[in-house]
Design a protein. Structure first.
Length: 308
């Protein structure tokens, strides 16, 4: 299958997954003016996680918090583990997490002998191993209610699914070119146009209005930047950026302008925030406009940030 076919295939699957969530958001929150409760989930192992969840009543908020927590990476990574207490020959007790298996005692012994305390104390022996509880939620503490911006709403409900599909697309294409192109060549020659095709195909299939489309594209740009960072592409030269100035994004308005940059056109950013929001931005090196910065939210980006 060619790149365009792969892109259409992935975008089709993504739209089928995301469209019901969008429809639900539009019906439940027609103006996308969503507020949520800040909650802290306390696990029985003593670990704590904070989330912002929605709900009409406190009971709904607590149940939603539990649902979100159980789907978190922490819960997924520890769902098949049990706490084990290792009592050493010197009287000290260590706590480890042991995967449930055919012989958890043997696994606990093997894991215990890899922890720093054992390595730092030669001659230690294990006196006793006892097992505690499986991971569960002890308490959900509901805090303040906070307003969520439109971008945060979409990120919370749509972002994880969208990230999964776009990352899978990037990795699939990366595998096709393994050994044939360097990571930089792959990013700039292949994934650059592919990202545009994916967002075009996805937003067309979703039938989004302008506001929703802009939010979806913004998330795609952030996922793209994360992938670029993961592949070791270096940040640009931002030595000319004045942290105290405000910079306005100026999109090049021609037939080559991508949706990502069209969304950013006219937006204002503080100099100190540019490195965080645009990690690959770099000085334009334009003698006529020495303070300008090229945004580089994707390869071959021609758009600039100029002091307001």
């Amino acid at each position: 299958m060619d790149l365009e076919g792969i892109c259409i295939d992935v975008a089709k699957s993504a739209s089928a997954s995301i469209k019901p969530l969008l429809d639900w958001l539009v019906l439940k929150y027609p103006n996308v003016a969503l507020s949520g409760w800040e909650v802290e989930v306390v696990w029985n192992w003593g670990d704590r996680q904070k989330f912002i969840v929605t709900g009409e009543t406190l009971e709904e908020v607590r149940e939603r918090a539990k649902e979100v927590a159980r789907q978190s990476s922490f819960a997924v990574e520890n769902s098949d583990k049990v706490e084990a207490y290792i009592e050493w020959s010197d009287g000290v007790t260590s706590v480890i997490k042991v995967p449930l298996g055919l012989d958890p005692m043997r696994q606990a012994e093997a894991i215990a002998k890899t922890i720093p305390y054992y390595i730092a104390n030669p001659g230690l022996t294990i006196k006793r191993i006892t097992f505690g509880k499986l991971l569960s939620i002890d308490e959900v503490v509901v805090g303040e209610k906070k307003a969520l911006g439109e971008e945060r709403v979409v990120k919370q409900f749509i972002g994880p699914k969208l990230e999964g599909y776009l990352t899978a697309l990037m990795n699939r294409v990366r595998g096709m070119y393994y050994g044939k192109k360097t990571e930089v060549e792959l990013a700039y020659e292949v994934l650059d146009p592919l990202l545009g095709e994916f967002t075009d195909e996805l937003t067309d299939r979703l039938g989004l209005n302008k506001d929703w489309e802009a939010l979806i594209i913004t998330i795609c740009a952030e996922i793209w930047n994360q992938a670029m960072a993961g592949w070791g592409l270096l940040a640009g030269d931002l030595s000319t950026v004045d942290k105290d100035l405000e910079y306005t994004w100026h999109t090049v308005h021609d037939e080559k302008a991508c949706k990502i940059c069209r969304v950013l056109d006219g937006q204002v950013f503080r100099g100190k925030d540019i490195i965080q929001k645009f990690p690959f931005a770099t000085t334009a090196k334009d003698p006529d406009r020495p303070m300008d910065v090229v945004g580089r939210v994707h390869p071959h980006c021609r758009c600039r940030l100029s002091p307001s």
